[in-house]
Design a protein around this ligand. Structure first.
Ligand code: PMV
Length: 325
């Protein structure tokens, strides 16, 4: 019996990974200021590895999109094929194992929630477990980063880090992303405006505006950088009231930068009126998601207000000190 056959008879593994959102600092992060991203653990990608049934090699079943394909039949640029090959190489195993990898995810796609990174992370974890080849979070993140480069060209590395560590991440471009722990419980609501979020467009528009009026935009970025610093302390101290104020100021600065839209402002206002500590757009802006920080008892009224104001999908997540190992 070959090594690959003996492995494929006993493999079985599961892996999962959360979605993510940017809490503060988007856009300014492109200009060297810090940003904070947090995991959204209530929506997840899942992967299962089982012995193959057909003796055909590695078969990937992407159930949500109804796609079933052989690893060897897709180009090496396929992000899932990429992470599978990386894990096998790292663990010193051949790529002709007979296994089935099944993937599902309830993370909204193409909405700044890191669904690609989460799916890749779930696959890496399931495979590593099945092959009895333990990988630490840093290694998982490094492998997933490779698939992110196939999807996004030159990704910042924030998505694979926050998803692999499942902890808040302090991020400054060009430096290794730093996971950190929160010192209290923070309840977040994530409301989709229903307006597709053209991150590329808003990033380009900010670039043009910055070129026209560098001084003003640099001042806006500096102000955001300062409040992101303060937000890290608020998170570490468990101070939701202060964090809410900082998120609110961040939204105002993003508006001044020209990346908000009526749909974002409407949801932000609704959340505040219903008693949120703070609310802001998250990610590229001009649509996409709005996030609201709420006390536990405000979660239901704020969620209701967001829906009444036109949110097309609502998610909620909670950051707790237990998120840290
Ligand atoms: O929506 P997301 O999570 O892809 O965030 C975009 C964040 C920006 O700062 C607007 C762009 C970037 O590349 O950092």
């Amino acid at each position: 019996m070959t090594k690959s056959n003996s492995i494929s008879k006993r493999v079985y593994g599961r892996g999962s990974a959360p979605g993510k959102i940017i809490l503060l600092g988007e856009h300014a992060v492109v200009y060297g200021r810090p940003a904070i991203a947090v995991p959204v653990s209530d929506v997840r990608a899942h992967a299962t590895v089982q012995p193959g049934r057909h003796g055909t090699g590695i078969v990937i079943h992407a159930l949500d999109i109804g796609r079933h394909y052989l690893l060897d039949a897709v180009p090496p640029t396929d992000p899932i094929a990429c992470v599978i090959r990386e894990v096998l190489a790292h663990c010193g195993l051949p790529s002709h194992l007979d296994i089935d990898i099944t993937i599902t995810s309830d993370i909204p796609i193409a909405s700044g929630m890191g669904s690609g990174a989460a799916v890749a992370t779930a696959v890496v974890r399931a495979l590593a477990t099945a092959l009895a080849c333990p990988l630490d979070d840093a290694m998982v993140s490094e492998i997933v980063y490779k698939s992110e480069t196939l999807l996004h060209g030159t990704p910042s590395g924030i998505d694979n880090t926050v998803v692999a560590y499942e902890r808040p991440i302090w991020f400054v471009r060009g430096r290794p992303p730093a996971p950190f722990s929160v010192g209290g419980t923070f309840h977040l609501l994530i409301a989709d405006t229903g307006v597709p979020s053209p991150t590329r467009t808003t990033v380009g528009d900010v670039r043009m505006a910055w070129e026209r009026d560098t001084e003003r935009y640099e001042a806006l970025f500096d102000a955001i950088g300062e409040l992101v610093q303060a937000a890290r302390s608020a998170l570490q101290q468990g101070d939701a009231l202060h964090l809410g104020t900082l998120m609110q100021r961040n939204h105002t600065l993003l508006r001044e930068m020209g990346v908000s839209a009526e749909a974002n402002d409407r949801l932000v206002e609704a959340a505040l009126e219903a008693g949120a500590y703070g609310a802001k757009l998250s990610g590229g802006g001009r649509g996409g998601n709005v996030i609201a920080l709420v006390a536990e008892e405000q979660r239901a009224p704020v969620a209701h207000a967001l829906e009444a104001a036109g949110a097309v999908r609502l998610l909620s997540t909670t950051l707790t000190p237990e998120d840290a190992p």
